[in-house]
Ligand binder design. Sequence first.
Ligand SMILES: NC(=O)c1ccc[n+]([C@@H]2O[C@H](COP(=O)([O-])OP(=O)(O)OC[C@H]3O[C@@H](n4cnc5c(N)ncnc54)[C@H](O)[C@@H]3O)[C@@H](O)[C@H]2O)c1
Ligand SMILES: [Zn+2]
Length: 413
Amino acid sequence: MGSLGESDGVETKALADIDQVVEVTFRYPVRFTHGLLRPENTILRDVVEADGRARLLFVIDEGVAEAHPAMVDDVTAYMEAHADVLELPAPPLVVPGGEAIKNQSGPVDEIRAAIDVHGVDRHSYVVVIGGGAVLDAAGYAAATAHRGVRLIRVPTTVLSQDDSAVGVKNGINAFGKKNFVGSFAPPHAVLNDFDLLLSLSDRDWRSGISEAVKVALLKDAAFFTWLERHAVDLRERSLPAMAWLVHRSAELHLTHIATSGDPFELGSSRPLDFGHWAAHKLEQLSHHELRHGEAVAIGIALDSTYSYLTGSLAHADWLRIVELFEKVGLPIWTQDMATPGTGGRPAVLAGLEEFREHLGGRLTVMLLERIGRGFEVHELDQAVLLEASDLLRRRTEDGGEQERWESTTALAR
Ligand SMILES: NC(=O)c1ccc[n+]([C@@H]2O[C@H](COP(=O)([O-])OP(=O)(O)OC[C@H]3O[C@@H](n4cnc5c(N)ncnc54)[C@H](O)[C@@H]3O)[C@@H](O)[C@H]2O)c1
Ligand SMILES: [Zn+2]
């Protein structure tokens, strides 16, 4: 209870403190489809809430536009077919694809300018079609124009369909750090079109698998076993297998966001960032040559190996994890792990402090107890991390011979 002194004849009176609770519920549809832009597909039309006609500004990833040369015309034809409720104020804006869009502020400004020029208000929509990087940048532009216009995400990579698009984060890189500028803003809707995945390069097809492995390792041992069984189908680009992976991974990510009690990451615990402290640093050290998903595979391999070396994870479980990455064709180590930093120690280790700073509060890193279950620690032993990195380097360089030899001799002893 605060109190004010007497002044100007106002009666001295204690003024009660106010502790107000504001509760907000977010509800957003996540849909799975084929041929999203075929005029007879009404999924996009159906998620738009219009009092009359709604204005939709399209932003398309350049890589997607190049791989799908008919897409701009398809958007126009779709909007014409649904002109009774949808309005296209301008031709789709094509923006740079990949991490390049997040390493500059120009495209975000351009999207904000288009929102302004074309009268996209808070009852209009930005529809962004692209990979995780373009979704992050366009999402940031949409979240900050008019303090937030509605965003419909159409993710076009495995990684964005199985992880990033269903989440509530967006942003771009700044000061050499990943996602330094951004905001938390749930989307209006997420529309996954599996057909769009067919044009991905092999690298981008595979790299999103690591986020599914991540969430399986933390939350669903049966899903991990499913991934092992379908590893070859996934590597060989079976669309039905990938569709199943995307659906389960998106579902697990969404359940976490909805039920963890911390959708906007106010606490220090960040389970879905398993393996990410190293991943974010490796992306930066590789000058974004490594895809996010590839860096995540390496980060998960590192923290799983650390879990194994410190005795919390059984050797058999550790082996299943590295073998799964190897089978689907994802890296478990990179030369960037050895890039020297200050004091001659590998620069990747600075990722721990940068991770802590980005999250705020106490360093909290997820390790594994077994497949399907993680636990949190607040510090990591750097010597063991280097040992873990070395084990993965040897396995990468000699195709696993050394480790197989070590485990056979250990068994023989
Ligand atoms: N917001 C979040 O919660 C969150 C979560 C995970 C990752 N991310 C971010 O997502 C980004 C990585 O996203 P990504 O893995 O989707 O890759 P990406 O967006 O970098 O795209 C990779 C490449 O594929 C091209 N591309 C995209 N879709 C295509 C298609 N259908 N056909 C052909 N080419 C296509 C792009 O133009 C680009 O060149 C990183 O910046 C990462 O930080 C964000
Ligand atoms: Zn990630």
